[in-house]
Design a protein around this ligand. Structure first.
Ligand code: 3PG
Ligand code: MG
Length: 417
């Protein structure tokens, strides 16, 4: 990786501000999937063992930016982290980087941990691209002032900046980007954590000089988000297998019947052009599990690519599974993003499950596999197959941005090696 990491710096006796992605699912005040916390532990323990006083920052969900909201508190994450570390983790105040946080940070000793409250409680955090990517948007003077004020509050608490929040690296937010610059301006290092380093290494290895055949599996619903990805992958991979809701837009673009299936009409022309360019490289479903009602219908097998007018596709069918599995079995590199069907409903989980198993088997046989995206990562974890994959990314949008070849500002801003 081009950026320096925590291995390149000495943190003894330093106050280290580290951005993590503890945006984890929570139910009844408890973390229900701690994967993102667990994956930040190597960096956390390394810094603590190295003599740092550690100030962690994270967002959780998408609060309104008008101050503390209990529903979006980092408290459950602090409690889980404390259990995992076997030591107390202090929680910051509702005003992030306010007087209370500042004195807590000042009093923090080497080996101690403070997790600030949700950075998105402050409107300055993501004012530049409120939960989306409009980085080019010009800020008003007032927005600029809010952003600067929040940056200064955070920067005042530490002297070293670490980014280990790979899952948020597609966001140019204060705690991800502006803060790294501000610490740099004070003469402090801004470096990557071990998770960010590992994520980028695996993604880079997978796409830069991949062992072939190189197969990409794409699914999920957001076909609009993935057009650029498909276009850029066409030049890199040998096959692209498309399942999930985005497949119906491609089937329609190929001239097929898709019944009542979810379709991104505005993407159909772009997909027609893409299919013309791709030739045999893109493999689409040739059969389906469908239904007449998304929420309440019974599953119906559709034995061909065309879907009857009264049905909507919900999952890939057995012939598609077999065809995809054959391609995956021969692959030496596999990148997978997005489920093959509505896998939250057991009636339509068969495709995602079968593909996960096929990828696990290919990995067993020596292929490199990278799973990106919240849903596919969750599906793999739920099936207990995580350890069988080469790398399960903590990033969805972030791993897509990397695979597209789009530079990630939060990484670019870190100190160069
Ligand atoms: C995620 O879960 O995708 C990351 O934590 C980023 O969250 P966001 O999409 O709300 O920016
Ligand atoms: Mg998300």
């Amino acid at each position: 990786m081009a950026a320096k990491t925590i291995e390149d710096i000495d943190v003894r006796g330093k106050k280290v501000l580290m951005r993590v992605d503890f945006n984890v699912p929570i139910a009844d005040g408890k973390v229900t999937d701690d994967a993102r916390i667990v994956k930040a532990l190597p960096t956390i323990t390394r810094l603590l063992d190295g003599g740092a006083a550690l100030i962690l920052m994270s967002h959780c969900g998408r609060p309104s930016g008008k101050g503390f909201e209990a529903e979006f508190s980092n408290r459950p994450a602090a409690e889980r982290l404390s259990e995992l570390l076997g030591k107390p983790v202090a929680l910051g105040a509702g005003e992030v980087g306010g007087d209370a946080d500042r004195s807590a940070a000042a009093a923090l000793k080497a080996g101690e941990v403070l997790l600030l409250e949700n950075v998105r409680f402050d409107a300055g955090e993501n004012i530049a691209d409120k939960a989306t990517k409009n980085r080019d948007k010009k800020l008003t003077a007032e927005q600029d002032a809010k952003q600067e004020a929040f940056t200064a509050k955070l920067a005042a608490m530490g002297e070293v900046y670490v980014n280990d929040a790979f899952g948020t690296c597609h966001r140019e937010h204060v705690s991800m980007y502006g803060l790294a610059k501000a610490i740099g301006a004070k003469g402090g290092p801004a470096v990557a954590g071990l998770l960010v380093e590992k994520e980028i290494r695996y993604l880079h290895e997978a796409v830069a000089d991949p062992a072939r055949p190189f197969v990409a599996i794409l699914g999920g619903a957001k076909v609009g988000d993935k057009i650029r990805l498909i276009a850029s992958l066409l030049g890199k991979v040998d096959r692209i297998l498309v399942g999930g809701a985005m497949a119906y837009t491609l089937l329609k673009a190929r001239g097929g019947a898709i019944g009542k299936s979810l379709v991104a009409e505005d993407q159909v022309p772009a997909m027609e052009a893409l299919l013309a360019e791709a030739g045999e490289k893109i493999l689409l479903p040739c059969d389906h599990v469908a239904t007449d009602d998304f929420a309440a219908g019974e599953p119906v097998e559709v034995d061909e690519a065309d879907i009857p007018a009264d049905l909507l596709g919900m999952d890939i069918g057995p012939k598609t599974i077999a065809a995809f599995a054959e391609v995956i079995a021969a692959a030496k590199t596999v990148v997978w993003n997005g489920p093959m069907g509505v896998f939250e409903n057991p009636n339509y989980a068969g495709g995602t499950r079968a593909i996960a198993e096929a990828v696990a088997e290919a990995t067993d046989a020596g292929a490199v596999s990278v799973i990106g995206g919240g849903d596919s990562a969750a599906a793999v974890a739920e099936m207990g197959l995580e350890a069988k994959m080469t790398h399960v990314s903590t990033g969805g949008g972030a791993s897509l941005m990397y695979l597209e070849g789009t530079p990630m500002p939060p990484i670019e801003v870190l100190d160069a090696k």
